[in-house]
Design a protein. Structure first.
Length: 279
């Protein structure tokens, strides 16, 4: 039997999106990306597909995110409803538009206090603003008060939009201004992964997740960090629905990580951030 088949421990996916066919119609730029990657079939997945794929891949918990911007909406209420139907598998993650000022702060409070969201995800390219723009700062302060992490997309956008919003250097400002804020940098910062690794080493509150990459394509600086002095700072994430759950989880075991590092990567590091996530 393979290592994957023998594995019976938890697996936490810290970076998944609920993007159904309706969302891709609202935001065609992402649909164009999926077509370019030859994965347009993953634009029509149902909630049943999500649950089936996750169970087949031995995923224990999914932090499933809403996506809220002017052009497209997967509401916080939608992911809350999905989490309620599959509470053993799904934990909801909020999304708010930082350009909306006080409205976004009220939405964040409601998402956490009333809908049970355990994090908030920011996709800066959707707003045309880098994550160290002043519009985000009141939301980061609110995250600290609500005790929820900020998940921030880093790296190139892959869609026909400026890459500037994804440069990891902007996280330096955020980590310095908000040392109590837990930050998870999504998509491993590619192609600026070396810089992101340096920042994660510098700031105790800055973590990296590997979403958006199959393991054989993990950026080398991040893989080195995971295997070495950053073993406590790197989290498993997928970028679902872009990634096929079974393919990506099986491929993790091809990295030949030491057992203690594998456990940290797949669930222990996430459990430090969300102590009750597996309860």
């Amino acid at each position: 039997m393979s290592e994957f088949q023998n594995y019976n421990g938890p697996i936490i996916d810290v970076w998944a999106n609920w993007w159904d066919n309706n969302f891709f119609k609202q935001y065609p730029r992402l649909g164009e990306l999926y077509e370019r990657l030859g994965i347009q079939g993953r634009m029509n997945l149902s909630s049943e597909n999500l649950v089936q794929e996750a169970k087949k891949a031995k995923i224990t918990k999914i932090i499933l995110s809403a996506t809220v911007c002017d052009e497209a909406q997967v509401t916080n209420a939608k992911v809350y409803e999905m989490a309620k139907k599959a509470s053993d598998l799904i934990s909801p993650c909020a999304s708010v538009d930082p350009r909306k000022g006080m409205e976004s702060i009220r939405q964040l409070r409601y998402a956490v206090n009333d809908l049970g969201c355990i994090a908030v995800k920011f996709l800066p390219f959707l707003y045309g603003l880098p994550p160290n723009h002043a519009s985000f700062f009141p939301l980061y302060a609110e995250c600290v008060e609500l005790n929820v992490p900020a998940l921030i997309l880093t790296g190139h956008t892959a869609v026909n939009l400026s890459n500037e919003t994804g440069r990891p250097g902007s996280l330096d400002d955020i980590a310095l201004y908000f040392p109590e804020l837990v930050i998870v940098a999504g998509h491993a910062g590619y192609p600026w992964s070396e810089e992101l690794v340096a920042l994660s080493w510098k700031h105790q509150n800055l973590y990296i997740d590997t979403s958006g990459h199959y393991p054989k394509f993990f950026p080398e600086p991040v893989l080195r960090f995971l295997k070495g002095h950053g073993r406590d700072k790197v989290l498993f994430g997928t970028g679902y629905p872009m990634m096929d759950y079974e393919k990506i989880t099986q491929a993790v075991f091809d990295l030949n990580l030491k057992p203690e590092i594998l456990e940290k990567f797949l669930f222990k590091n996430a459990s430090k951030i969300w102590p009750n996530i597996l309860v």
